[in-house]
Each structure stands twice: as structure tokens, then as C-alpha cells.
Design a protein around this ligand. Structure first.
Ligand code: KIV
Length: 284
């Protein structure tokens, strides 16, 4: 693995001050984390989207803290130097400030996270303050927040109308004032994202489908490489169709085993003649 300095929160703010966009991807496993670290990605989010991309649920809601911790530990082993963010799953912070602090603490102590992310606006400001007062960097998440997808009426752009846009802007300010070090805007119109970014004083604004004006970009890894067949959101550029490459490889494997062209001599292990003769003697 190449030598790389640990990415810290001040390093991310320095990058922003230098006008360089921050790169952020989701990741849920060790080998992908290794590749993302090698590629020079700044931040990794172990998102509760793993419920859909890795565990095959229809939503993120069934994901537990234990699911999150197990995957986050694997990612940390593969990417020791990225700025690692653990995503607080459904009901790991909504019930109370204390629940939020305890679960945020698990991400730090058990999985080696650098920060946690939680969904929601002003109504979650007390959770953010509690977590930050416990010494844990907290990242907010506004716009399309998948844990509330039922209340939001589906996976759709948030803040297209002026009133809703104003509410998202007020929520962003509330989260920043509560101590959030960063806010993710998911599926928010570009101009609203630009206004929030311009008004942020001490908070990194990150975009997922919310335009180019934020301090950095997040993408869902499985969408980038054709690895989640169920749906492809508009914001997800496909950077390579790994899903297709893997499927073709699997079909070829089935064909080659069936027609006995696999395995070939170089694919198996052998035994010396004298050892084999001795074995046959032992067997009588
Ligand atoms: O769980 C996740 O991957 C997320 C993204 C959708 C931002 O929260």
C-alpha cells in the first residue's frame, strides 16, 4: 500500500480553503476500502445504504448498529488513513440525546471512525450538540434523507419550491450552529446548495446530486460501478460497469466447468511420484 498521511478534519478544511473539492465515497467492505485508499479518496462513508447494497433489504430501516459496526471495522482495516464516517442507522439516535451519544461513541471506540453522520434538520440539533460535546465530530444530512423516505413521499428532489428550500437553508444553519462540522445535501437543487455553501461559516457542505458548488462530492460506490441492479439514480454517473464484467466472468466460469476447460494444469496442486507411491503402499 502506498504511503499516505492520515486525513484529519483540519486537513479537509485546509483543502477547502485552498479551493480543492473533497472526494467522498460510500464503502462497506475491506477490499473496496483498500482500493479507495489507494485511489486517494479523502473520505469514506459507511452508509446505512449497506442495508440495500450489501444485505438486500428494500430500505435502510432494518439496519442495526451491530451491522454498521461490523462493516465499518472492515472498512477501517482496508483504509487506515481516510477520514472515516459512520452512518447512524435508523433509531440509533432518534429516541434521545443519550442514545445518540452512546451509539456515536460505539462508532468511535469499536470501529475507529473519525466522525458520524445523522439525518435530519433543526429537530436533530440537540443530538448534534450532545455528540459534539462528547468530543465526536458530527455530520448532518439534509434534503432526501432515506430514513424518512416514507414521510418525504419517495425518492425525489427536495427543496424545489422556495418555502421548502428556505426550510432546508434554516436547517443547515441550525445544524452548523449546533456544532456540525459538515452537512451532506442529498438531491437538493444546485442553486440552493450554492446558497448554503456560500453562507456556511465553519462547516463543510457536501453534495450528493446537489450540484458542483459544494465543498465536495459524495457518490454511492455501487451506483458508480453498476453493482446495484435494482435502480440507478440520475445523480450516479457510472464510472465503469464492474457489474457487467463480473457477470460475464461468472457466466464464463459456469461454461468452462461445464465443458471441462477449467481447471487447467496450472490451476491445481500436485504430489511427487515417490510420495504418491508411498501413499499407495500405506493404503495397501
Ligand atoms: O447510507 C448512505 O449511503 C447515505 C447516502 C445516501 C448519503 O446516507
Amino acid at each position: 500500500m502506498s504511503e499516505r498521511k492520515k486525513i484529519t478534519l483540519p486537513a479537509l478544511f485546509n483543502k477547502t480553503a485552498a479551493g480543492e473539492p473533497i472526494t467522498w465515497l460510500t464503502c462497506y467492505d475491506y477490499p473496496t476500502a483498500y482500493l479507495q485508499e489507494e485511489a486517494g479518496v479523502d473520505m469514506i462513508l459507511v452508509g446505512d445504504s449497506l442495508g440495500m447494497t450489501m444485505l438486500g433489504y428494500d430500505s435502510t430501516l432494518p439496519v442495526t448498529m451491530n451491522d454498521m459496526i461490523r462493516h465499518t471495522q472492515a472498512v477501517r482495516r482496508g483504509a487506515p488513513n481516510v477520514f472515516l464516517v459512520g452512518d447512524m442507522p435508523y433509531m440509533s439516535y432518534q429516541p434521545s440525546v443519550e442514545t445518540a451519544i452512546r451509539n456515536a461513541g460505539r462508532f468511535m471506540a469499536e470501529a475507529g471512525c473519525d466522525a458520524i453522520k445523522l439525518e435530519g434538520g433543526a429537530e436533530m440539533a440537540d443530538r448534534v450538540t450532545g455528540i459534539v460535546h462528547a468530543g465526536i465530530p458530527a455530520i448532518g444530512h439534509l434534503g432526501l434523507t432515506p430514513q424518512s423516505v416514507s414521510a418525504l413521499g419517495g425518492f425525489r428532489v427536495q427543496g424545489k419550491g422556495a418555502l421548502q428550500a428556505k426550510k432546508i437553508m434554516d436547517d443547515a444553519k441550525a445544524l452548523e450552529e449546533a456544532g456540525a462540522c459538515a452537512i451532506l445535501l442529498e438531491m437538493v437543487p444546485d442553486r440552493v446548495s450554492q446558497l448554503i455553501t456560500e453562507r456556511a461559516e465553519n462547516c463543510l457542505i457536501m453534495s450528493l446530486g446537489s450540484g458542483p458548488h459544494a465543498h465536495g462530492q459524495l457518490l454511492i460506490y455501487h451506483d458508480m460501478f453498476g453493482l446495484y441492479p435494482k435502480f440507478k439514480p440520475k445523480m450516479a454517473k457510472v464510472f465503469g460497469n464492474a457489474g457487467e464484467v463480473i457477470l460475464n466472468g461468472l457466466k464464463q466460469y459456469v461454461t468452462e466447468v461445464s465443458d471441462k476447460t477449467f481447471p487447467q494444469r496450472e490451476n491445481w496442486f500436485t504430489m511427487k511420484d515417490d510420495e504418491f507411491d508411498e501413499l499407495q503402499e500405506l493404503l495397501g
